[in-house]
Design a protein around this ligand. Structure first.
Ligand code: ADP
Length: 629
């Protein structure tokens, strides 16, 4: 880097020093920079300033001299400490280079002077030539000092010292500048560093601020999330409890309800184990620590103790759960007491079903047995019956009346008992058919009034034999309804035989039909023994007999009325009984008055043309329980 003279030397101080020197020596001086500019100087000769540099012609020479000096100072042999120069106007100058760090930075000049007395004549001529005021010019010339060469060299040595001093000062200054530069560089680097650090610090602070606001946002989000979680958990039907290190930090109202507590807040801070049954502490502890490690666990059943001390059965599942920025355990608990009860009930139902199946199986076997038995009895019975008829036929040819009467009576007993056996087997067979669903009715649209009347008439004859009056009454002559003739026959004969059976001689049996648009009511009313109140409700149950004693006055199996009820039910009808013990009974059958159509949409009309006489044989069987008097 290049330094200018004025940057390395304190010019002002130098000027003062040189002025003092000038005052003593009267030798003018000048300090000239590398460009030839006079940085400072004093005591310029009048001859120069007032004449040579004023006149254009001589001034031109001054300029040429200046340029020459400039050149010389530039090309100066730096080893030569000083030099002299005679200007074009004839005056002498001395010059000493100022060297700093081996670099020429300026020149110290002094002069003008003469080594010898000047040639006045030459100057006179010059004055004339240039047109100077000769007198004033010569006066100025006289002021130019004439110096002895030795004296000049003395001055020069002084100036060399001075130049060396200036060089030293310049060097110091240079170094100072260098260090200043360095310092500036350091300073700059330091400033850059500081700026860089400041920038980084600002970035860091901004980041910190961002982080802080982010942290706050996360915190708020977390709180918000927790609130949402709590709200969600509050509405869930299952019991939810969040606990940390065994301590409850949240419980929803379902959990409180489960344990019989109204306020779920009361659980906060309590131990989660305080509700677990002591038998299940170990299991619960183990599973909670496993779920803390993040292990997935399935449902487990526990016993919990409610606040009132009651033990309930629950199932629970736990999982680790982020809560309030920490890891907690979330347990979902359900009351399974109800489910357990249902399970127990289910088990009971299964047991009962098993039992029912066994009973049904047993019932099936029993039904089959009865069916077989009935068949087995009916076959020999029929044989006995036909043999009996043959005997009756043979007996007609016996002439001895006494013998005839005797045999007739005995044959009568055999016949009646055959009929009783037949009735019993028929009943058992029907009962088993009804039970197994094989008893099918064949519905036809028939005049119910005629059927009932015919049956009643045919029984009336039997009643007369027993001195019982049987009366028939109806409000209509004809009422066509859908019925099964055989079933109606069985119903009526059963009710009538019972009525006759339980009515003593001299009694009355009234069969009455009452109709409405949609019902036919058949009443069989007797003036018999009646039925005790406590028996009325069970009268239609199977094997029911009011008089169960061995000495009972009437025979029977207790199946008849149950078959009657089943047959009435099959007609979608109803049967009921009204009775006053000791005064008589009334059986009322209500049948729906409806008609049926066949597959072609035609009415299915009655094909049976049974007359009352046709019932006689059946009556023998149905009435076989009644001892003919
Ligand atoms: P049973 O073959 O024994 O007559 P039922 O089922 O026909 O069987 O009758 C059951 C019981 O109801 C009878 O044993 C009798 O005690 C009672 N009962 C039925 N009809 C009458 C009636 N008209 N009067 C009094 N008791 C009756």
């Amino acid at each position: 880097m290049k330094y200018r003279l004025e940057n390395l030397i304190d010019i002002e101080k130098f000027r003062k020093l040189m002025e003092e020197f000038y005052n003593i020596s009267n030798i003018p001086y000048g300090l000239i920079d590398l460009e030839g500019n006079v940085v400072c100087g004093a005591g310029w000769q009048d001859i120069c300033t007032k004449f040579h540099r004023v006149n254009p012609k001589s001034a031109k020479r001054c300029e040429e001299s200046d340029a020459s000096i400039k050149n010389r100072t530039k090309k100066l042999d730096l080893n030569k400490k000083y030099g002299f120069y005679k200007c074009k106007n004839g005056l002498i100058e001395g010059f000493i280079p100022i060297i700093v760090r081996e670099k020429h930075i300026g020149t110290l000049c002094f002069g003008q002077f003469f080594f010898e007395k000047p040639d006045v004549e030459h100057f006179k001529k010059q004055a004339e030539e240039m047109g100077y005021d000769k007198e004033a010019y010569l006066k100025a010339l006289s002021k130019v000092p004439v110096l002895d060469k030795e004296q000049v060299e003395g001055y020069m040595r002084y100036f060399v010292r001075l130049a060396e001093m200036l060089s030293d000062i310049g060097l110091q200054q240079f170094k100072l500048k260098d260090s200043e530069k360095l310092l500036l560089q350091y300073n700059k680097a330091l400033e850059d560093l500081v700026a860089d650090k400041t920038e980084k610090l600002e970035e860091l602070s901004e980041k910190l601020q961002n982080d802080e606001s982010q942290r706050k946002t996360i915190e708020e989000n977390l709180k918000e999330t927790n609130k949402r979680y709590e709200k969600l958990m509050e509405v869930l039907p299952g019991g939810i409890v969040i606990h940390k290190e065994g301590e409850i930090i949240f419980a929803n109202s379902s959990f409180a309800k489960l344990l019989g507590e109204e306020d779920s807040e009361k659980f906060k801070g309590k131990s989660v184990f305080s509700f677990i049954h002591p038998d299940h502490y170990g299991k619960a502890k183990n599973r909670i620590s496993r779920s803390k490690k993040g292990e997935p666990l399935s449902l487990r059943e526990y016993k919990f103790v409610k606040v009132n001390g009651k033990v309930i059965e629950v199932d629970a599942i736990s999982t680790s759960f982020p809560y309030d920025g920490e890891t907690a355990i979330l347990s979902v608990i359900r009351d399974i007491s109800y489910r357990k009860q249902v399970e127990k009930l289910k088990q009971k139902v299964e047991e009962k079903m098993k039992l029912l199946k066994e009973v049904q199986e047993y019932d099936k076997i029993r039904t089959e047995f009865f069916a077989n038995l009935s068949h087995e009895i009916r076959t020999p019975l029929n044989l006995i019956y036909s043999t009996l008829q043959l005997l009756e036929y043979d007996l007609k040819r016996v002439s001895n009346d006494l013998e005839k009467t005797k045999f007739n009576k005995r044959l009568g007993i055999i016949k009646q008992n055959c009929n009783r056996l037949l009735r019993l087997t028929n009943n058992i067979l029907d009962m088993t058919k009804i039970d197994s669903g094989y008893f099918k009715l064949k519905f036809q649209n028939c005049n119910i009034v005629k059927i009932i009347e015919d049956i009643t008439l045919s029984v009336a004859e039997f009643g007369q034999n027993n001195n019982i009056e049987i009366i028939f009454d109806t409000d209509v002559e004809e009422k066509i309804i859908a019925l099964d003739t055989n079933a109606i026959e069985r119903i009526m004969l059963n009710l009538l035989s019972n009525a006759v059976k339980f009515t003593g001689t001299g009694g009355k049996v009234l069969v009455k039909i009452t109709t409405t648009d949609d019902t036919v009511i058949i009443s069989v009313k007797d003036t018999g023994i009646g039925i005790p109140k406590e028996r009325i409700n069970t009268i239609f149950d199977r094997f029911t007999q009011v008089d169960k004693s061995f000495v009972r006055s009437h025979e029977g199996s207790g199946i008849g009325l149950s078959i009657v009820k089943a047959l009435v039910d099959m007609h979608d009808g109803e049967i009921s009984v009204e009775s006053e013990y000791g005064k008589g009974s009334e059986f009322i059958v209500k049948l729906p008055a409806r008609q049926i159509e066949n597959e072609n949409g035609e009415l299915e009309n009655c094909k049976s043309d049974k007359d009352y006489k046709d019932y006689m044989e059946v009556i023998d069987v149905e009435f076989s329980d009644i001892y003919a008097s």
